[in-house]
Design a protein. Structure first.
Length: 76
């Protein structure tokens, strides 16, 4: 899995945020559309698509999409 694919999967959960906002350095908690419900949806997609279980507290500790990607990569 490459970061570009991961970002596309991540971004697919958002309805109103422009796709170009999603970069490895995107601080996703700061996005206007961000919510804890959206966080759960992203964790669910990650588990289904990659078979990597990431806990909610781990996602909360991530600042950027790259941080989350690093965790997922470590579990593949």
């Amino acid at each position: 899995m490459e970061i570009k694919e991961f970002i596309e999967v991540f971004a697919s959960q958002f309805d109103e945020t422009e796709p170009e906002v999603f970069t490895p350095d995107c601080e996703f908690h700061e996005l206007e559309e961000w919510s804890s419900l959206l966080g759960f949806a992203i964790l669910n997609v990650i588990a289904k698509k990659y078979g990597a279980k990431v806990m909610l507290f781990e996602m909360r500790n991530c600042k950027t999409i790259q941080d989350l990607y690093t965790i997922v990569q470590s579990r593949l």
